[in-house]
Design a protein around this ligand. Structure first.
Ligand code: GDP
Ligand code: GDP
Length: 465
């Protein structure tokens, strides 16, 4: 395993009983730290993995200042905190907004101001309005406006994201990128490209597969069935861009196999067969017949592929006998964009299974498409785009009520799924959702990929469930 850049570290600091452990627990999402009503319950430093809406960091709960007397801070405890502060990327300085600012809080604040670490002031126990006076008082501590929250009830904890992001976002991003790189390197994008070719009968699927295999003497299959009805054919294709051999695993249905082995006239590849192939494929090529154009059935298969979240591309076969080629190509392009509004700009490639034209181009596009389909956008870049998108076109305020979109995180890849957190999301018009989806596609490199966006406005969006 390769060494990865470390996640950023955030340290929780504050006098006893302000709710540091409760906040720690909240951020790691587990009942790890001991919470006690009695001030001065001694604890060791605790480390946990925390996450707020995709922003990942290590959180440290310090033993803290165990003495309420500002004049005699026990050196031992202070030492402990100082050690923790070394190498910390940010500090959450917690006070009890119901109690207000105490002399000990002031002492800690003085000390923290002499340190290098960026400080985010946290007004805890701020549920209801009971902390308002304390919040006002805390401006005097010199750390600006505090983040008012309730660690116990979870309210406002997500707001920490906005304050931590500018401080630790970049570091979190590089840690995440490194991790992602490792992951992708090891499995997804490095393995054989799982490719399915679907289309109406006579589009030329079998001819295409025979062409692929016939041209490529490195055929190692056919191999044992994935299911009773499908087989995988492994072969190698030489990528003309790099000269490297790349593995392709062709998913073939029973019907195709028979024909590929030139055994007998095969039964027709039905929509059900296509569905089976889609299940196993990363990238699906929908093969059209240039002499027939785009038909309703083709759009039906295409929609199905996209609904299943697979990367889809279109190949127009029999280009060698196509009439009025450019009009045909443009016509199909327009019909696709209209008929498949959910994904614009699908890769569209003219091929001839008979002559071999366009086949390298088809495979190049298929590999590229898989890469986009498997890609993770680092949280920092994603939120940078998100901020810009909201600024360029703010969400509407139906009936004067502001819809607040707070942040976005990529929940998964293959296919890419995004979660947008905010409030009053049920009032967000579909057109705005489309605006976001289109932005993700065009600005973040998911042009031809089925992208899913989910809106979420839970009480505790940072909480793992
Ligand atoms: P620590 O000593 O700073 O780690 O504080 P703890 O996390 O042990 O919490 C001290 C007490 O404050 C416990 O009784 C918690 O239940 C309580 N507490 C923590 N957070 C909140 C909060 O947001 N609101 C209220 N009302 N009580 C809280
Ligand atoms: P499938 O039912 O989709 O597997 O289609 P086939 O591979 O059986 O092809 C149907 C017919 O189209 C056959 O007669 C093929 O020879 C012909 N065909 C396939 N590809 C091409 C092509 O690129 N150019 C031309 N002119 N004919 C093709």
């Amino acid at each position: 395993m390769r060494a990865s850049p470390a996640k950023p570290t955030v340290i929780i600091i504050g006098r006893p009983n302000v709710g540091k452990s409760t906040l720690f627990n909240r951020l790691v999402g587990k009942r790890l730290a001991l919470v006690d009503d009695q001030p001065g319950v001694t604890r060791d430093r605790r480390f946990g993995d925390a996450e707020i809406a995709g922003l990942e960091f290590q959180i440290v709960d310090t033993a803290g200042w165990e003495d309420e007397d500002a004049e005699s801070l026990p050196g031992r405890m202070r030492k402990q905190t100082e050690v923790s502060l070394e190498g910390a990327d940010a500090a959450l300085f917690v006070f009890d907004s119901r109690v207000g600012v105490t002399p000990l809080d002031e002492e800690i604040a003085r000390w923290l101001r002499s340190q290098e670490v960026p400080v985010v002031l946290v007004a805890n126990k701020a549920e209801g309005k009971q902390g308002d006076a304390g919040i006002y008082e805390s401006f005097a501590l010199g750390f600006g406006e505090p983040v008012a929250l309730s660690a116990e009830h979870g309210e406002g904890v997500a707001d920490l994201f906005d304050h931590l992001w500018p401080i630790i976002g970049a570091k979190a991003e590089s840690a995440e990128e490194a991790e992602e790189f490792d992951e992708e390197d090891e499995d997804a994008v490095a393995g054989p490209l799982k490719l399915a070719i679907v289309g109406r009968p006579n589009a030329g699927k079998s001819t295409l597969i025979n062409r692929f295999l016939g041209e490529d003497r490195l055929l190692t299959g056919p191999e044992a069935g994935i299911t009773r009805d499908s087989i995988a054919i492994d072969w190698e294709w030489t990528d003309p861009r790099s000269g490297e051999a790349r593995e392709v695993r062709l998913i073939d249905t029973a019907g195709m196999r028979k024909k590929a082995q030139v055994v007998e006239k095969l039964e027709r590849l039905s929509v059900a067969d296509a569905r089976r192939a889609i299940d196993f494929a990363e990238v699906v090529v929908l093969l059209l017949d240039a002499t027939r154009g785009l038909e309703h059935q083709d759009l039906k298969i295409a929609s199905m592929v996209l609904e299943e979240g697979r990367a889809l591309m279109i190949a127009i076969n029999k280009w060698d006998v196509a009439e009025d080629a450019s009009a045909l190509f443009n016509g199909i392009r327009a019909a696709l964009d209209e008929g498949l509004a959910q994904v614009r700009g699908l890769p569209l490639i003219a091929v001839s299974a008979k002559t071999g034209k366009g086949l390298d181009q088809l495979l190049c596009a298929a590999f590229d498409l898989r890469e986009a389909w498997s890609r993770r956008v680092p949280t920092a870049a994603l939120n940078r785009w998100f901020d810009d998108a909201l600024e360029a076109n703010p969400p509407p305020a139906p009936k004067g009520k502001r819809i607040k979109l707070r942040y976005i995180t990529q929940a998964s890849t293959r296919p890419p799924r995004f979660v947008v957190f905010g409030t009053r999301l049920d009032m967000l018009p579909k057109s705005y959702e489309r605006y976001l989806v289109n932005g993700i596609r065009s600005k973040l490199g998911f042009e031809a990929v089925p992208v899913r966006v989910v809106l979420k406005s839970p009480k505790n969006p940072y909480q793992k469930d």
